[in-house]
Design a protein around this ligand. Structure first.
Ligand code: ATP
Ligand code: MG
Length: 323
């Protein structure tokens, strides 16, 4: 099992927790898990170097605070394992230009750097290096996982069976959390602003953001396509309380948006209170966080170098040899 997250933004956001990290935490007993901070992917936004370094370490503390356990899982920084970039190059040589151009994330941004264009290929390398069979991702990453499967198949049929085909583990449908201010787009770390709930936001800030979330016309608390704002809040409440949507819709029948939003705010505050508390303890111990990353890098490299040795041989790269 493998998944990654970019050390971008102020901290991780509600959508990252709902769509990804809470699943990571719950899968650690039954699976051999690799979780990485995608610092190479973060470079696409050319962050300020000092900030990227700081965020990468802080991100470890956040993951641990959300329940990722370095005793049971391999937690590492992508940049500590150079094989990711190397396999990315090799897979890029098997990727069609048109194929990469069809990735909606690139199309949506209306162009950008070569890094943004090829990042789905690097993502394929991230996954295939570890022979991951399950990849917990949010809905926004589905198309990239399809590309990964295509590239694995293409490589296998050209060079012989090498990679296993990963399956998405995307949880329940409707787990894509939307921006509170603009429910037509997903909540994102790198967008931020008042439509984004950070997992480290203090209770007052969370409440303020939820209460000023865009709701839709009418006053019924029901999930529907015409009500993306209310549907988003219902999804959030459902995840935070563990109650199903129909049950929640019934509970708010005849009540207004005011009560509903107050309850959503309280539920999110409660959800993240223990995360904030654990984070504060963890982040104070830089030495420990670096140790987690160093141990993780050593374990990840063990797997990655062995895969790359096979890949290099299969594609015909001459191995260095002294005579
Ligand atoms: P950025 O804006 O920097 O890309 P992001 O919030 O999109 O940040 P990523 O690091 O790209 O986060 O993705 C980490 C994981 O979180 C991925 O598995 C992604 O599918 C998931 N994810 C991101 N945003 C959401 C969201 N709004 N709802 C559900 N899952 C999400
Ligand atoms: Mg993203």
């Amino acid at each position: 099992m493998l998944s990654g997250i970019r050390p971008t933004g102020e901290s991780f956001q509600l959508g990252n927790y709902v769509g990804a990290v809470r699943h990571w935490a719950s899968m650690q007993d039954e699976n051999e898990c690799f979780f990485f901070l995608a610092d190479l992917h973060a470079l696409i936004d050319t962050p300020e170097p000092q900030r990227l370094r700081g965020r990468t370490r802080q991100a470890v503390a956040e993951l641990l605070a959300m329940g990722v356990d370095p005793e049971r899982s391999t937690v590492f920084a992508q940049g500590h394992v150079p094989e990711h970039a190397e396999l990315g190059w090799i897979l890029g040589c098997l990727t069609g230009f048109g194929e990469a151009s069809r990735m909606t994330q690139f199309k949506d941004k209306g162009g950008g750097t070569v890094g943004l264009f090829t990042y789905p290929v690097l993502q394929a390398a991230d996954i295939l290096l570890y022979s991951a069979d399950a990849v917990p991702i949010g809905e926004d990453q589905r198309q990239h996982l399809e590309l990964t499967r295509d590239l694995a198949q293409r490589f296998n049929s050209r060079y012989g069976d090498t990679f296993s085909l990963p399956a998405a583990y995307a949880g329940r449908a409707g787990e894509r959390i939307k921006d509170l201010r603009d429910p037509s787009r997903k909540m994102s770390k790198s967008i931020g602003g008042s439509g984004t709930v950070w997992v480290l936001d203090d209770p007052k800030t969370i409440t303020k953001k939820v209460k000023s979330a865009v709701t839709d016309t009418g006053r019924e608390v029901v999930a529907s396509e015409e009500k993306p704002g209310v549907t988003n809040l219902l999804t959030i409440l459902s995840v935070a309380t563990g109650k199903a949507l129909p049950e929640l819709e019934q509970a708010y029948a005849g009540k207004g948006y005011g009560d509903f939003k107050a309850d959503v705010a309280d539920a999110v505050v409660e959800l993240f209170a223990p995360v904030r508390e654990r984070y504060a303890e963890l982040v104070a111990d830089e030495g420990y966080l670096d140790e987690v990353l160093a141990d993780g890098a050593a374990a990840a490299r063990g797997v990655a170098t062995s895969m790359l040795t096979t890949v290099r041989d299969r594609v015909g790269l001459l191995a260095p040899r002294r005579t």
